[in-house]
Each structure stands twice: as structure tokens, then as C-alpha cells.
Design a protein around this ligand. Structure first.
Ligand SMILES: N[C@H](CCC[C@H](N)C(=O)O)C(=O)O
Length: 321
């Protein structure tokens, strides 16, 4: 059954996971060949025609000494990015569940550097997310000098935000109430704002008190997610720099809680939170050869798993094995 027919590619094993509802397709690219183009990632990420996920995580052999793995992160729009906090925790659980390591402290290389993960009990994972970057050129954010709060023109209005990189760029706005914050309207406009030349994740931060915040994040390349780990780190850094938060903060997101700790400039941001493995799956990737055209296809005569002809442009990547 697993022998690919003409026009079909190899089978691909994957695991569906999430960190507080920020969900991932995770692939072990060490024990199976794996190569996906951006348009195929977009198809797989589609929540109707594909598997559906916020990010794809790809586990590869290490590329550096003293590192256990490399892992690559792709948003649902197909863009490859530097950091994913919830993804890092799920990665750590994945490599242990798949018996790729039995270590409890795992060093992993991402596009932006090496981070260290510590696996706890009951699926909890602590991540050293590294030292936040605050200098505009390194975020990147267009500004003539570094400030705690920048004024940004958005159309005919202005907003105040902080700019922080956790390896990936974030803009953080303080709002009175996340439930009424203009996430859908302002999120995409700031995500793609010219002052963020690499685009940005946009956090809407409500200060409950000095040790408790609420946060919603409109993510670069994925839209609003139920949780954003690097966004939670960036939000706490922004709140601390503005003198609004203590060093250890409970960050309440739509999908649940993260604990973020930051001792101030020059020190790393520590994130602790849960992980969940939902199901393991297998799909047949399309082959490089175009499939043979089927003869006398009656309109509406579609095999299970295939879309009707009128959706031809949205043929699923996944066909029944
Ligand atoms: N959308 C992010 C990547 C995923 C970050 C998020 N899922 C997290 O948990 O940190 C970016 O383009 O930088």
C-alpha cells in the first residue's frame, strides 16, 4: 500500500502538537527525507484542505558541536523564522517521545542561535530563550535611537509601542483590556508596517498587576494565535523596561498561562509552560511527476479525500494513501 503510484510522493510521518493552543505539525527529518516548498507548507497549514497548524517544526541533525539537534520553524504562510517559544517546548517533548534522545537538558540550534531546554514533569518544559535584543537595527525596527516606547504612525492615527527581538521581531502595545483591543484591525497593519522591515509579531498587553498580565498576539505569518511564547517573553521585557512589571510574571493568554522570568538587561528570558501531543499521522506527499490524467471523469465523481473538480485550484496536498 505504501508503494507510491506515478504522481505520488513518499509517505511522511508527523505529530500534531500544541503549546496552549498554539499548534504545530512536527516532523522528524532525521529518520525520513523531508523537503517542502512554501506553497506546500501553506496547503498543509490550511485548516480545511490540509492538516491545519500555526507553525511547522522540522527536526534535523545538529549543525554545530555541543548541540543535540537543529530545528527549523515555518509559519503557516510558508515563511521560515528564527524563534518559536511554544514550538521549542513542543520540540523538546517530541524528541523524547520519539526516542531521539533521553536527555532532560537539550541544546538546540535555531536560525538565530542556540537555546537550552529543560524537560520537567507532566509535559512542562523550561526554555532559556536567550538575551532579548533591544537595539533597533538588530530587531530590526526603524528608529534613529533606542527608546523604551516608540510613536508609530499607522494611517491617520499614532500608536505607542515597544520593539523587542527574542530572535524574532515583536512590537508590544499596552492596552486597557485585551478583550476589546483592536487586534484584528491593528495587528496586520503593524505586522506589515514599514518600520518593521522583516515584519513583526504584534502583542497587545494588559497589565493586571506587577506579577500578572493578559496578552493577545497577532503573529507574523500566522495571524492571531491562542498563545505566543516568544511574544510572552517580549511583552514581559517591554513591561519591565517601562517599569510596570516585576521580574517573574504570570502571562495569561487565550490558551492558558506561561511563567516568564527576566532579571533585566543582559540577562536571558526564562519561559516555563506546558506541552501537548494530540495525534500522530501519516500523509502521502505529492510526487514530482504529474499524475496521469484520469479518463471519462464524471462531474462529481471524486475519490474519497479528493476535492471535486470545481475546487481544482485547491486540490489537497494530502491524498488518501
Ligand atoms: N510567528 C512567529 C513564529 C512563531 C512564534 C510563536 N508561535 C511562539 O510561540 O513564539 C514569527 O514569525 O516570528
Amino acid at each position: 500500500m505504501n508503494q507510491p503510484r506515478r504522481g505520488q510522493g513518499p509517505m511522511l510521518n508527523f505529530t500534531k502538537m500544541h503549546g496552549l493552543g498554539n499548534d504545530f505539525m512536527v516532523v522528524d527529518a532525521i529518520s525520513q527525507p523531508f523537503r517542502l516548498r512554501p506553497e506546500m507548507i501553506r496547503e498543509l497549514a490550511d485548516r480545511h484542505f490540509g492538516i491545519g497548524f500555526d507553525q511547522l517544526l522540522v527536526v534535523e541533525p545538529p549543525g554545530l558541536p555541543d548541540v543535540d539537534f537543529r530545528y527549523r520553524i515555518f509559519n503557516s504562510d510558508g515563511s521560515e523564522v528564527e524563534q518559536c517559544g511554544n514550538g521549542a517546548r513542543c520540540f523538546a517533548r517530541f524528541v523524547r517521545d520519539q526516542r531521539l534522545t533521553n536527555k532532560k537538558v537539550i541544546r538546540v540550534q535555531t536560525a538565530k542561535g542556540v537555546i537550552e531546554l529543560r524537560v520537567g514533569r507532566g509535559g512542562m518544559v523550561t526554555v532559556d530563550m536567550g538575551v532579548p535584543e533591544l537595539n533597533p537595527p538588530a530587531i530590526p525596527f526603524a528608529a534613529d535611537r533606542r527608546k523604551e516606547v516608540y510613536t508609530v504612525e499607522v494611517g491617520d492615527e499614532t500608536v505607542e509601542l515597544s520593539a523587542v527581538s527574542m530572535g524574532n521581531p515583536h512590537g508590544v502595545l499596552v492596552v486597557d483590556n485585551v478583550d476589546t483591543a483592536p487586534v484584528a484591525e491593528l495587528g496586520p497593519r503593524l505586522e506589515n508596517h514599514p518600520r518593521f522591515p522583516a515584519r513583526a509579531n504584534i502583542g497587545f498587553l494588559q497589565i493586571v498587576d506587577r506579577t500578572h498580565v493578559r496578552l493577545r498576539v497577532f503573529e507574523r505569518g500566522s495571524g492571531e494565535t491562542m498563545a505566543c511564547g516568544s511574544g510572552a517573553c517580549a511583552a514581559v521585557v517591554a513591561g519591565c523596561l517601562r517599569g510596570l512589571l516585576d521580574s517573574r510574571v504570570d502571562v495569561e493568554l487565550s490558551g492558558g498561562h506561561l511563567v516568564i522570568e527576566w532579571q533585566g538587561e543582559g540577562s536571558p528570558v526564562m519561559m516555563e509552560g506546558p506541552t501537548a501531543s494530540v495525534f500522530e499521522g501519516q500523509l502521502r506527499l505529492p510526487g514530482d511527476q504529474p499524475p496521469r490524467r484520469r479518463k471519462n471523469t464524471r462531474q462529481g465523481d471524486t475519490r474519497p479525500g479528493q476535492q471535486r473538480q470545481q475546487n481544482r485550484h485547491r486540490q489537497p496536498v494530502i491524498s488518501k494513501p
